[in-house]
Design a protein around this ligand. Structure first.
Ligand code: ADP
Length: 200
């Protein structure tokens, strides 16, 4: 299996680029944000619980998202690989993911972060809020709260993967195609590297 994490702050373009990556490389897209919004739309108990946190810009509890990821991994047991988007968002989630993947005799190949400055992110999110129907994108206070949570809880996840020498950062400002090209180059290099290691 070939598993990637697309990392970066809210509004950095993870969703847009993920769709292009999974199409090109044949991976399963696992976006915890999308999964949670689907639970809300379906009015499940999990969705009702998650909505309270999401509307305030807080993280949904680790055990909830980890359980969701676990069942998705089971559901797609035969997959070629996964692209994780918006997950892991805490060090506890990263540790849980490593454990789940080890049980499946696989691991994370690379973590690629999209680098975008905060002022650009706020503008992008407010613009997205005009059309996306996402209530967490229309209120600037909620957006600022999500950045604060990102700095406190999610940025340490970057160090977790730096220590494993899996972390790479690319410029997240430019056209969608330019950024996708940079991502593809990195991913293709990693696939070639894995193939050369497994051929030895
Ligand atoms: P964005 O990255 O633009 O904030 P997402 O769609 O990834 O958007 O997430 C929206 C909200 O869903 C987050 O603010 C958070 O409340 C919740 N959420 C998504 N993924 C996770 C996660 N891995 N852990 C905890 N909460 C999450």
């Amino acid at each position: 299996m070939f598993n990637l994490i697309l990392f970066g702050p809210p509004g950095s373009g993870k969703g847009t680029q993920s769709e292009k990556i999974v199409e090109k490389f044949g991976l399963i897209h696992l976006s915890t944000g999308n999964l949670l919004r689907q639970e809300i739309a379906d009015e499940t108990p999990l969705g009702l619980e998650a909505k309270n946190f999401m509307d305030k810009g807080q993280l949904v509890p680790d055990e909830v998202v980890i359980g969701m990821i676990d069942s998705c991994l089971e559901k797609h047991a035969g997959a070629k690989g996964f692209l994780f988007d918006g997950f892991p968002r805490t060090v506890a989630q990263a540790e849980a993911l490593d454990k789940l993947l080890t049980l499946k005799k696989t691991s994370i190949a690379k973590v690629i972060a999209l680098d975008v400055i905060e002022e650009e992110l706020v503008q992008r999110l407010l613009k997205r809020g005009e059309t996306s129907g996402r209530s967490d994108d229309t209120n600037e206070a909620v957006i600022r709260k999500r950045f604060a949570v990102y700095k406190d809880e999610t940025e340490p996840v970057a160090d977790y993967y730096r220590e494993q020498e899996k972390f790479e950062m690319i410029q997240g400002i430019g056209t969608i195609d330019e950024i996708f090209k940079a991502l593809s180059t990195l991913i293709e290099a990693e696939i070639a590297h894995q193939q050369s290691v497994s051929a030895q």
